[in-house]
Design a protein around this ligand. Structure first.
Ligand SMILES: Cc1ncc(C[n+]2csc(CCOP(=O)(O)OP(=O)(O)O)c2C)c(N)n1
Ligand SMILES: [Mg+2]
Length: 549
């Protein structure tokens, strides 16, 4: 068979192509290999820009917990995808990028780039089809690296190798994943710290999400009297638990920030406790003991000093620590009084604020609270980057961790809409919501056609301040000229209608009736909400972000 067929045949078994969604943009270099995947059962979703395809594949992998597959053309197909690939690589998304490459001898080809150097430079793992005889093994190795190490792997596929013949592949089944068990001494130190703590707080991150550790962490928190919080990427993990403080970090509500900073033990579960999650360390009170559990020893103490470091899978470690407590139930931080305070105050929407809307502009908080009420609870929210991004992250609730897709590892603007597509296809029973700024919406607008073509009932809400608000708020107070970051009004609802969406412009709470009507059905086209938002003041989480630049 042809090597391009052999790549498909290899992935058919390994990736279970019958239930796999592959994202991409097809050109001559990936035409045959993409068809080889489709003929073996894969669903192929054509994006309109390779960056969109990469973001959708990344979000699909996050939402399903499986290895994503991205298929692009050589040269510009790959470079167009690079920002999305970088986001995936920095997020440790297991993603296999099928990246055609020119033949080794084609030294003068227009498409020639150094694929391996490109991949390595953004933190992805380069791999290659080395020869027709090794192509199947090369493909299997690349897939296995993505899966086992949760890495983004760029598999260079030279055109001459793809077009050569090889024997049909003999593929051995993949060995089961083997999450690392913690060392008993390390678990004992963690158990001692829990037993000593008067006010323990658990902060669960991506590692807790990947390990499916909700129940194990809740049991351990129950036994040790801990309060629960997450990093932004794991928002929703403890949804519905009465001791859930929500997101820790820049998006933490005042009560959450107060309780976390008063903890005498902060335990990061698959969370790096980085500057975002810990507000540059300010959420860790003086003298607090810090523990961190991660299956990657390089992640432990990478961002801040740690008193108790445990290398191990989050779920296995939580279970081991629970048995270490030997049936004890410690009061810890928990009390009836605190429980009612959390119920009353911990959500952002219960924190009083002065509405700054008027003069044809809606307060973004008022808008988001109204949407939180209107949209069905079974939703999946994807957020772009910009000054606006805290509003959907803080004021929209999500049913669980798979209801939130937060692609901020590279802090790129323009990924949100495409991420929402991948997240929507990963959770097809939920209403997808893309929350974008006007800058990110217009940067990623080509994927509006994809949303329409796929018939996704997506709500695309645009916090439209007619500016790169992040820059306006950062540089404005010092009197710098802002002409480069301000734009004339754009009718983004009309742009949406041009793509085939329903479109509504919202200038005040009274303009939301069409949203209600759209939700009443049949939702046969996406809805673009161009919300002209008030933006007199910048966001506090953004100031935090600029401290990290
Ligand atoms: C690809 C990319 N280009 C530029 C930037 C710098 N940048 C950060 S926030 C931002 C403004 C984005 O504007 P918008 O989407 O309207 O959100 P807003 O800040 O106005 O809420 C820009 C340009 C970036 N992070 N990524
Ligand atoms: Mg803006």
């Amino acid at each position: 068979m042809l090597v391009s067929e052999a790549v498909g045949a290899t992935l058919a078994d390994l990736a279970d192509l019958g239930s796999q969604t592959v994202f991409g943009v097809v050109g001559s270099g990936n035409f045959h290999v993409t068809n080889a995947l489709i003929s073996r059962g894969a669903r192929f979703v054509a994006a309109r820009h390779e960056c969109g395809a990469a973001c959708a594949a990344d979000a699909w992998a996050r939402g399903t917990g499986r290895v994503g597959i991205l298929s692009v053309h050589q040269g510009p197909g790959l470079t167009n995808a690079l920002t999305g690939i970088t986001e995936a690589a920095k997020s440790r998304t297991p993603l296999l990028v099928l990246a055609p490459d020119v033949a080794g001898a084609a030294v003068r080809s227009n498409f020639r780039i150094d694929v391996a150097a490109l991949a390595a430079s953004v933190g992805a793992v380069p791999d290659r089809l080395y020869s027709p005889g090794t192509a199947a093994a090369d493909t299997a190795r690349a897939y296995q690296t993505a899966r086992r190490e949760r890495r983004t792997v760029v598999l260079a596929m030279p055109l001459d190798v793809q077009a050569a013949h090889c024997d049909p592949p003999q593929i051995a089944p993949l060995p089961p994943l083997d999450p690392p068990a913690p060392a008993p001494e390390a678990v004992a130190r963690l158990t001692e710290a829990l037993a000593r703590a008067a006010r323990p707080v658990f902060v669960a991150g991506r590692g807790a999400r990947v390990a499916g550790a909700r129940a194990d962490l809740e049991h351990l928190a129950e036994a040790s009297g801990a309060l629960l919080a997450t990093s932004a990427v794991a928002k929703g993990l403890f949804h519905g638990n009465p001791w859930d403080l929500g997101v820790s970090g820049g998006f933490a509500s005042p009560l959450a920030a107060e309780l976390i900073s008063q903890a005498d033990l902060v335990v990061g579960w698959g969370s790096s406790l980085n500057m975002w999650t810990m507000r540059h360390g300010r959420l860790i009170g003086p003298g607090a003991c810090v523990a961190q559990i991660d299956d990657d020893s390089a992640a432990i103490a990478a961002h801040r000093p740690v008193d108790v470091g445990v290398r191990g899978d989050v779920a296995l470690t939580a279970r081991a620590a629970l048995s270490g407590l030997a049936g004890r139930t410690l009061p810890g931080y928990r009390s009836g009084e605190l429980r009612s305070r959390i119920a009353r105050e911990v959500r952002w929407r219960d924190v009083p604020y002065t509405d700054e809307g008027g003069d044809g502009r809606i307060d973004p908080r008022t808008l988001t609270i109204a949407l939180d009420d209107l949209l069905p609870a079974e939703r999946v929210v994807a957020v772009d980057s910009g000054n606006f991004m805290g509003y959907p992250s803080m004021f929209l609730s999500v049913p669980d961790e798979n209801g939130f897709c937060f692609t901020q590892a590279y802090q790129s603007v323009g990924l949100g809409l495409a991420s929402a597509i991948g997240a929507a296809l990963a959770q097809p029973d939920r209403l997808p919501v893309a929350a974008l700024g006007d800058g990110g919406a217009l940067m990623g607008a080509s994927e509006l056609e994809t949303v329409v073509r796929l018939g996704l009932p997506m709500v695309i809400v645009i916090y439209d301040d007619e500016a790169y608000g992040a820059e306006v708020h950062h540089f404005g107070p010092d009197g710098f000229p802002l002409d480069t970051v301000r734009f004339p009004p754009a009718d983004i609802a009309a742009i949406g209608r041009g793509y085939g969406c329903a479109g509504v412009t919202v200038r005040g709470p009274g303009d939301l009736a069409p949203v209600r009507d759209w939700l009443a059905g049949p939702m046969d086209r996406p809805l673009v909400i161009d919300a002209k938002v008030a933006s007199a003041s910048g966001s506090w989480w953004l100031e935090e972000a600029f401290r990290g630049h």
